[in-house]
Design a protein around this ligand. Structure first.
Ligand SMILES: Nc1nc2c(ncn2[C@@H]2O[C@H](COP(=O)(O)OP(=O)(O)OP(=O)(O)O)[C@@H](O)[C@H]2O)c(=O)[nH]1
Ligand SMILES: [Mg+2]
Length: 152
């Protein structure tokens, strides 16, 4: 069923933390070791984006998603996405600049990198830690998936 949201992004971009926040779970650091399917999200290790021979895993997972969420850590200056990577997916891809609360955050660089990655749609700026931008993203999530859908 194509009802899940695929989270992609570099190592430590904040994918799992964002997932926990949107699902009202406790924010507990847990390194993602493999593709992790739950009712709403497909979470994956950042290595799948950072190591090109794993790209096909992300693209395959995208085929099972209703939308792809591409996260870029606002504290990261170099872009983990290859140019126009978003165009490899046959699903809509939105951008998310994460960790905007951080003292070293530079959201403009992250947003510019996401545009270079081929994202033409909306880019949300969020902090899972402090909650900014989360209500808007939660609303968008609800428009994609059933709010009654249980998740782990
Ligand atoms: N300051 C700040 N730190 C955050 C935020 N979101 C996540 N982090 C921290 O960033 C680190 C990595 O977060 P994860 O959610 O595990 O990142 P990930 O993208 O799932 O990483 P992988 O599973 O390795 O691909 C953790 O130490 C989090 O606490 C945020 O909004 N603000
Ligand atoms: Mg993770």
């Amino acid at each position: 069923m194509k009802s899940k949201i695929l989270l992609i992004g570099g190592v430590g971009a904040g994918k799992t933390t964002l997932k926990q926040k949107l699902l009202n779970q406790s924010l507990i650091y847990l390194k993602t070791q493999a593709l992790d399917y739950s009712s709403i999200f497909i979470d994956c290790p950042g290595e799948y984006l950072e190591i090109p021979r794993h790209y096909h895993v992300l693209i395959d997972a995208g085929a099972r998603a209703v939308e792809v969420w591409a996260l870029h850590d606002a504290t990261r200056r170099n872009c983990p996405f290859p140019p126009k990577f978003a165009t490899a997916f046959r699903r809509p891809v939105i951008g998310i600049v994460s960790k905007i609360d951080h003292l070293d955050a530079c959201p403009d660089i992250a947003e510019s990198n996401l545009r270079k990655a081929g994202i033409t749609g909306r880019i949300y700026h969020v902090s899972a830690k402090e909650g900014s931008g989360i209500p808007e993203l939660a609303l968008h999530m609800s428009s994609l998936v059933s709010p009654n859908c249980p998740d782990s």
